[in-house]
Design a protein around this ligand. Structure first.
Ligand code: ZN
Length: 479
């Protein structure tokens, strides 16, 4: 079985933030879980590197855009390394092969009659590099930049998205392309039903972009360029129609197409569900099977904001808690798909209660009792801990809750049986209880593998050693 999972590619002007980490860690957990079930998984992430804003930022940094993007792409790779992310490919939209494929695709789109030239007039925000509609603005200002967009008019090429309105509606409505949580599906559907407009897909004065093959004065607008990464990340060369299928039989990676799961935050589901899916449907490339849309974190009930200093950076999280605990904490505050609130206090509390006092205490107590009283030798009794039915449904948070319940059960089982006395008074009963506890620890260690790969490895190595030892503390308490 092949499984293809993607995160969005991240905008290279951004510093890797907690939202990026959230999506990427979730994707890594799901990818690892699928691999553990024997599936062949391709996990794609990367960076989105074109546009006037990138060129401007490079200039401000006294770098050429290429150097600037190289450095920024590296900072994302480093961030993912710190979280123990194992992606299959890291795609960059400035890769030559990506650029060539985008051009080939746009030529095909043009020949298929999906592109027309028109004048585009609107309110343009320099900061967003985007035209704004009045509904986007708050008191006439761009909400992201607090600036007044300029009235602008230019010649542009348009993608005839309106032609695909019915097709998109039908495929999303019927769950042929399944969007979850269902609130997000409904939101997307009502947007589509309100009428899709053709969208401008080219810019004239943006040099740091992919030139249109049929008019080199224009470069492709970032969305079109960026979305096609999901195809080029598999080595697609821009082929469409019959050639697409021919290429698929020759290229093993492209055989992963279509994506089984595309993860994204809720602010970009609409563009994915219209522009991205529209591009595929226009040229009859099979669309992705699932979108799963997650929410945002607030920090102490406030929007995270760099300018207000109200931010937790991903590297601060891994530094304080270590990679595995940071992964665990990111995913255990709120059901995947909903908004959540975090704070340093809440995270430290959760770390101490669930990991140091919960899992850490359980393993050290059980291993210690086995080492001291049975010379490290006890057979584990097989124990059940099934999270498959949850993980299949992308219920990541619920899976962690189920594991947590097992840990709580085991700790309580030690206390209720007063195992430290039992091993002195009734050695056989003590052996039986510890055997059951060891089995529970093995089941917990295995279930945690996708979430906390290194910790899981340590726990299982100790639990399955010929001679069990207490070993070092897994989760030092944080004060
Ligand atoms: Zn703006």
């Amino acid at each position: 079985m092949k499984y293809y999972i993607t995160t969005p590619i991240y905008y290279v002007n951004d510093r890797p933030h907690l939202g990026h980490a959230y999506t990427t860690v979730a994707a890594d957990v799901l990818a690892r879980w699928r691999r553990s079930k024997g599936e062949e998984v391709f996990f794609l992430t990367g960076t989105d590197e074109h546009g006037a804003k990138v060129a401007q930022a490079a200039k401000n940094a006294n770098q050429n855009p290429r150097e600037f993007c190289d450095e920024k792409a590296r900072s994302f790779k480093n961030a993912w390394q710190r979280f123990g992310i194992e992606y299959s490919n890291f795609i960059r939209t400035t890769d030559a092969a990506h650029e060539a494929a985008v051009q080939k695709f746009l030529q095909a789109l043009f020949e298929a009659g999906y592109i027309c030239k028109a004048r585009y007039k609107g309110l343009y925000c320099q900061g967003c590099e985007q035209y704004k509609i009045p509904d986007d603005l708050i008191e006439g200002l761009c909400p992201d930049h607090q600036t007044k967009p300029q009235e602008m008019e230019e010649e542009s090429y348009f993608f005839k998205l309106s032609k695909l309105e019915k097709d998109l509606e039908q495929k999303i409505e019927s769950d042929e392309i399944k969007i979850r949580p269902v609130e997000r599906k409904n939101e997307v559907l009502s947007f589509i039903k309100s009428g899709l407009k053709d969208i401008s897909i080219s810019r004239k004065n943006v040099k740091w972009g992919i030139p249109l093959p049929f008019d080199a004065e224009h470069t492709a607008y970032v969305w079109v360029d960026a979305f096609l990464n999901y195809l080029t990340g598999l080595g697609w060369d821009g082929s469409v129609g019959e050639d697409f299928y021919k290429l698929k039989t020759k290229n093993q990676k492209l055989d992963f197409w279509p994506p089984d799961l595309q993860l994204m935050a809720k602010d970009i589901v609409r563009v994915h569900a219209t522009i991205w899916l529209g591009l595929l449907l226009a040229l009859k490339i099979p669309p992705p099977k699932n979108f799963f849309v997650h929410g945002f974190f607030t920090l102490n009930d406030q929007k995270m904001s760099k300018s207000l200093g109200n931010v937790i950076w991903p590297e601060e999280l891994t530094e304080k808690f270590g990679a595995d605990a940071a992964r665990f904490l990111l995913l255990s505050f709120t059901p995947f798909g909903q908004d959540g609130d975090i704070s340093w206090e809440k995270m430290a509390e959760k770390y101490n209660s669930d990991l140091a006092d919960g899992l850490g205490n359980l393993t050290s107590r059980v291993f210690n009792l086995i080492e001291k009283n049975f010379d490290g030798k006890i057979e584990a009794t097989k124990s059940d801990l099934d999270i498959s039915y949850l993980m299949k449904d992308i219920k990541i948070y619920e899976s962690l809750l189920t594991i947590k319940e097992k840990i709580e059960w085991a700790n309580k089982y030690i206390d209720e049986n007063k195992v430290w006395e039992l091993v002195k008074n009734d050695k056989e009963k003590g052996r039986e209880v510890l055997s059951r506890l060891l089995g529970a620890i093995v089941a917990i260690g295995e279930a945690l593998a996708p979430f906390m790969p290194k910790i899981s490895e340590k726990i299982l190595a100790r639990a399955k050693a010929g001679k069990i030892k207490k070993g070092e503390i897994l989760f030092p308490k944080i004060v």
